[in-house]
Design a protein around this ligand. Structure first.
Ligand SMILES: [Zn+2]
Length: 487
């Protein structure tokens, strides 16, 4: 995600500093972090078996509703047998909004699950929190086995929701179906929702999603677009999530970035931003593909529009959202840096995954670095001085507030989040370029992409790859920049 109020400027840094003095108070009111970051385990090992979601959904715009049947085939992973599985029901956070009045939907939304069966036998699911559902397994799921869970669900779309939203003749379906939680060596990863950052974590899965669409609607999604029709089925393998935009109003212009189709979707009134943003999108897809490695899908969709309070853009597999224009020092301009940022997430978060709730810097830091590098080398916009000053401010904030770049989402007040999680790690990689050279740093990122694509990586994995490629121990460098540990 890119924060809307994140104009990367010195005035932003000054605003941040104004909040430093009140931080201690704020921090006391915050919930404790779910798990200390230092207890992170290593990335998951490769497994050819992935969950398969089969969803058959019908959209009823007249009642803001999606009614669906879902079958999820879940392979066992790890050593111990499973007695239960957990699903995230993110739409339920919009039922009774607890996250500040600015982002409150104008009309609530929710998801209702029924008829849950495991391997054909009815079971009693339970909400352990509003947005977390536990499904007991009839028999323990042992190594090498799969469980088949079926359920019906009804999604009521909020109005004015963050990411999940509907307006006029368009529905943004983000985190819209029961999403299987990740189980790793630390157990089930069921971190709570928050409006700071992106509290989502899911593993690579295969999808077969069918939509019954009302007349005149079309589907834009994580998968390859098909010509519109009243019934469409999309198959997409090896993605972490499946987002869908159902719309009567969006139009598109397309271009190619190498062999990849780049589609820019826009609404009436956004025409001026279309050509520059389509150009920026194809340029950034080419740029990131060249420096990091191949984008593994056939197509990417850029959907212009508002997707929630404070959010300039959001990343999903194969699809991003972005505001069409933004305020810059040169006045209102097409949101080129937002599009570049969200597209860089296709590499960092989309293909190489990380637990975004526990280690948000790992995708946001690498993505912000990618965005700044693109803006510098392709758009002639050099933010070196801003990064230098922001780094200094981050040091001061750390001294007052104790937070670092490697904390969980729940540790940061919103105002410090961008500086610590996005900007300082980006400045770190530019500093590393000064020390090792541009080519060596890009070689590190290429090796990291190559080694962890379609997997989940951790901070320690990243440092390990960097040390190996650089052929020297960079751990003290990373400890100083990320952990503020000066040895
Ligand atoms: Zn981001």
């Amino acid at each position: 995600m890119k924060h809307r109020f994140f104009s990367f400027s010195i005035s932003f840094v000054l605003v941040v500093m104004a909040f430093v003095t009140t931080f201690t108070q704020l921090a006391q009111e915050k919930q404790p972090a779910v798990t200390p970051v230092h207890k992170q385990t290593s990335g998951q090992s490769a497994s050819p078996k992935r969950p398969l979601y089969q969803i058959d959904a019908t959209y009823h715009p007249e009642r803001d509703e999606v009614a669906a049947k879902m079958k999820v085939t879940i392979p066992h992973k790890g050593r111990d047998a499973w007695r239960e599985v957990f699903f995230h029901l993110y739409p339920n956070v919009f039922r009774e909004w607890k996250y500040g009045k600015e982002g409150k939907p104008t009309k609530p939304g929710y998801i209702q699950v029924s008829q849950v069966k495991v391997n054909g036998r009815a079971v009693k699911e339970k909400l352990v929190r509003d947005e977390i559902m536990r499904v007991p397994l009839v028999q323990p799921l042992a190594h090498g086995k799969t469980a088949q869970i079926t359920m019906d669900f009804t999604l009521r779309l909020p109005h004015g929701g963050t990411r999940l939203n509907t307006f006029k003749h368009t529905a943004f379906l983000a985190q819209w179906y029961p999403m299987l939680a990740v189980k790793n060596q630390s157990g089930w990863q069921i971190e709570p929702y928050t409006t700071v950052g992106d509290p989502f974590y899911s593993e690579m899965s295969n999808f077969q999603v069918s939509f019954h669409l009302p007349e005149g609607y079309r589907l834009i999604s994580t998968g390859k677009n098909l010509d519109s029709g009243s019934f469409v089925t999309i198959k997409q393998d090896r993605v972490r999530d499946f987002v869908a935009v159902l719309t009567k109003d969006y139009q598109k212009q397309s271009a190619k970035a190498g062999g990849i189709a780049v589609n820019l979707w826009y609404l009436p009134g956004m025409e001026k931003a279309v050509a520059p943003l389509l150009h920026a999108a194809t340029q950034s897809m080419n740029f990131f593909g060249k420096i990091y490695g191949k984008y593994p899908y056939d197509e990417v969709d850029v959907v212009l529009g508002e997707t929630g309070f404070g959010i300039a853009g959001m990343e999903y597999p194969g699809l991003i959202t972005s505001i069409p224009t933004m305020q810059t020092e040169a006045g209102i301009q097409p949101a080129v840096s937002v599009v570049a940022h969200e597209l860089a997430h296709q590499w960092w978060y989309g293909v190489v995954g990380n637990n975004q709730a526990k280690e948000p810097w790992l995708d946001e830091g690498l993505t912000t670095f990618s965005e700044f590098l693109f803006m510098k080398e392709k758009m002639k916009s050099d933010e070196h001085e801003f990064l230098r000053r922001a780094t200094k401010k981050a040091d001061e904030i750390h001294q007052v507030a104790g937070i670092t770049c490697v904390d969980t989402l729940y540790s940061y007040p919103d105002i410090f989040y961008g500086l610590m999680v996005y900007i300082r790690p980006a400045a770190m990689l530019f500093e590393l370029m000064d020390e090792l050279g541009r080519d060596k740093v890009l070689e590190i990122l290429r090796a990291y992409y190559d080694q962890y694509q379609f997997k989940t990586a951790t901070t320690l994995d990243f440092i390990r790859v960097a040390n190996k490629v650089a052929e020297k121990d960079l751990t003290p460098f990373f400890r100083e920049w990320l952990y503020f540990d000066k040895g």
